[in-house]
Write a protein that binds this ligand. Structure first.
Ligand code: ZN
Length: 259
């Protein structure tokens, strides 16, 4: 895992080896910080806590963008009592699917403290920001990729912490349990595209500037429109075997339920 690196004033990213997963830290007042989606192996979470110690930053709040196992992790080194927020729907789903999430975590990144795993606090039903002593952190909740998926937008710096969207290495991954997974994803992308984004931090992949953010949004829309039209998309991100099989599953699902 890369060391926690300051990519913009007061905004730090560490990139893990497993799935090129990004953990984001935002510096707040008085040595506090907000930790978004800390990931992903036990060793990487320990490294993150050590890096925060070196920077004299103490987590005051956490945030989980969505209820998938690699986004609801935590460790006692980050502070066992720190509130970790997520959208109400994401919290409900993480609770309902807890045993499956734990099973997936144990398979891919074993050894996490299961008392802390997925212990999330719902944002207020009308909350559109994370309440904490630091830069404004707006929450943009939609239903693309996972129920209650929430990006965090930091308007002071124009930084979008996108969760599992806007990746340069992953095609859009749909939640096929939903009635309209493509429509949900497109609606989410449109919400993000309307923001004054200066840089994007994807859940998996490379941090990018505004032009590359827009290129990714367009590539994602092109992929999704191909699915809707029943055309085989040409997307260079479909390289790894697991992404090719995810694509085949999505293609079969969407073309099979069309019309
Ligand atoms: Zn995910």
């Amino acid at each position: 895992m890369d060391r926690l690196t300051e990519i913009s004033a007061g905004i730090f990213v560490a990139t893990g080896d497993l799935y090129v997963t990004n953990s984001t830290v935002v510096r707040g007042a008085d040595g506090g910080c907000l930790v978004i989606d800390p990931a992903v192996t036990l060793g990487e979470l320990a490294g993150l806590a050590a890096d925060l110690g070196r920077l004299s930053l103490r987590p005051r709040a956490g945030f989980a963008t969505h209820p998938h196992w690699d986004h609801v992790l935590w460790s006692s080194g980050l502070g066992a009592d720190v509130p970790r927020y997520a959208s109400p729907l994401a919290v409900a789903v993480a609770g309902r699917e807890r045993s499956g999430l734990i099973e997936a975590a144990e398979m891919s990144a074993p050894g996490h403290d299961l008392d802390l795993f997925g212990r999330l606090t719902p944002l207020g039903p009308a909350a559109d920001a994370i309440a904490w002593d630091g830069p404004s952190a707006l929450v943009v909740t939609h239903q693309g990729h996972a129920p209650g998926h929430s990006a965090v937008f930091l308007p002071d710096s124009g930084t979008l912490v996108a969760g599992d969207m806007c990746s340069d290495i992953e095609i859009p991954l749909l939640d096929l349990d939903q009635a309209d997974p493509v429509g949900d994803y497109l609606a989410g992308l449109n919400r993000l595209a309307a923001l004054p984004v200066v840089r994007v931090i994807p859940g998996h992949g490379t941090v990018a500037d505004a032009a590359e953010f827009l290129r990714r949004v367009e590539a994602d829309i092109a992929y999704l429109v191909s699915l809707q039209q029943g055309d085989e998309p040409r997307d260079p991100r479909m390289a790894a075997d697991w992404l090719i099989s995810e694509h085949q599953r999505q293609f079969a699902h969407v073309t099979g339920t069309r019309g």
